[in-house]
Ligand binder design. Structure first.
Ligand SMILES: [Zn+2]
Length: 413
């Protein structure tokens, strides 16, 4: 056992040092203390009792051995639940500073997130890709229209879309309890990089929404239809996925642009790996602006900047996820405004807001879908236990590390 731990640790340290050396945290390579909790067989060779190392054989192709799964047509509601980056270190997030209230409202903790995934799985949900739910077709007059697809699901499963907003590892989150960025390990897998409250660099697969879902689906492949993972909704003002790929209107120096291009080069393989492993992307606007009240010029400029700085990195997407859930043109349910048409011209077809149920509507005057998502966060854990009971019980999920109970932070249960 000791030998196994040693050899695994040596390998992991080497991997982490390699990772750190190509990151801004590279100067801290000596301090890298990775994977206290993650030294699992997925990345570690296994040692025999004699101490000789052999690599675990990959399992035989299991498809042929798996029992025949009966697929049945499904036209019912497709649930949609969204998250922000979960809080990895509650002692940093809830440290009494001005930001703790926002973290409490809009985030779940890693512990809550893991319990929510388990509950969704136990309740027979299966993750589907939002792109597969609605598609564009052309009618006999040559007019495009959106159609809700009949999903083919394993019998007894209920479809759910999971989306993840603001996976930017914003600058304001650094040192406040969150990972700093996603990185690609030498093993070809995605990991998060960050620092623990003591300031040690940490490379992990147990602290971030992306890597935790990857792990969960690896353990429970029937939680995903066709390998679908989550929808990552990206702004651009702090770059994407922890890489500062954004332009800065206040700095047009060649040095800035050189740094930016380096960040772009670093994030490209991350995007590639995410796509290869079932993740997909939406716009969440460049500046996280309120599109409900924005002028046409502002909405257009923001979309153009998003396409140039984020769309160029993640490729085409038909999915637009409104910041603050604020619909374009002062509302898109009953009208189709100038800004909505402009976003449509950029390729967006499905426009998602936030609501009390997983509402959706195919628009009749333009080839587009509008829909709502439900929010898994502190607000609904505190106040919407009943409504979210179909997904999970807040009382079971609740992380006592929130520790913000009192007159200001109440719970309805
Ligand atoms: Zn957002």
């Amino acid at each position: 056992m000791v030998d196994m731990k040693k050899s695994a640790l040596a390998l992991l340290l080497a991997a982490a040092a390699a990772l750190a050396s190509c990151s801004p945290g590279g100067k801290d390579a000596a301090a890298v203390r990775p994977l206290r909790e993650t030294a699992d067989a997925a990345v570690s060779p296994e040692a025999t009792p004699e101490g000789t190392v052999h690599v675990i054989e990959p399992p035989e192709e299991t498809e042929a051995l798996a029992p025949e799964v009966k697929l049945v047509p499904y036209d019912g509601i497709v649930e949609h639940l969204f998250f922000h980056t979960p809080i990895a270190y509650t002692e940093e997030a809830f440290d009494g500073d001005a930001q703790q209230e926002g973290f409490d409202k809009y985030m779940v903790t890693v512990s809550e997130y893991k319990k929510i995934l388990q509950s969704l799985y136990d309740k027979n949900y299966i993750i589907v890709n939002m792109n597969d739910v609605w598609n564009e077709y052309t009618d006999e007059k040559g007019e495009p229209y959106m159609k809700r697809e009949t999903l083919m699901l394993p019998e007894g499963k209920k479809p759910i879309i999971l989306s993840y907003d603001d996976i930017s590892y914003y600058e304001y989150m650094m040192g406040n309890g969150f990972p700093y960025r996603l990185i690609l390990g030498r093993d070809g897998e995605l990991w998060s990089y960050g620092k623990d409250p003591a300031g040690n660099s940490v490379v992990s697969q147990d602290l971030d929404c992306v890597t935790l879902l990857d792990k969960f689906i690896k353990e429970h492949p029937d939680f995903s239809l066709g390998g679908a993972k989550g929808l990552i909704c990206l702004t651009g003002y702090n770059g994407i996925l922890g890489y500062r790929t954004q332009t800065d209107s206040g700095d047009s120096s060649p040095e800035f642009e050189e740094r930016r291009q380096k960040e772009i080069a670093r994030v490209r393989p991350i995007v590639e790996r995410l796509k290869e492993t079932g993740w997909y992307f939406a716009s969440h606007s460049w500046g996280h602006i309120n599109l409900n009240t924005a002028s046409f010029a502002k909405a257009k400029n923001d979309a153009d900047r998003w396409m140039a700085e984020v769309g160029s990195l993640i490729g085409p997407t038909k999915l637009m996820v409104y910041p603050f859930g604020s619909r374009l043109d002062g509302g898109d349910v009953t009208k189709t405004g100038e800004a909505f048409r402009y976003y449509h011209s950029l390729g967006f077809r499905v426009f998602a807001s936030v609501g009390v149920e997983s509402y959706s509507k195919i628009k009749s005057d333009i080839s587009a879908v509008i829909c709502d998502r439900m929010h898994a966060d502190g607000l609904t854990l505190r106040n919407e236990r009943e409504r979210y009971m179909k997904f999970y019980d807040a009382a079971d999920v609740w992380d006592s590390a929130r520790a913000l109970d009192g007159a200001k932070y109440t719970r309805s249960w």
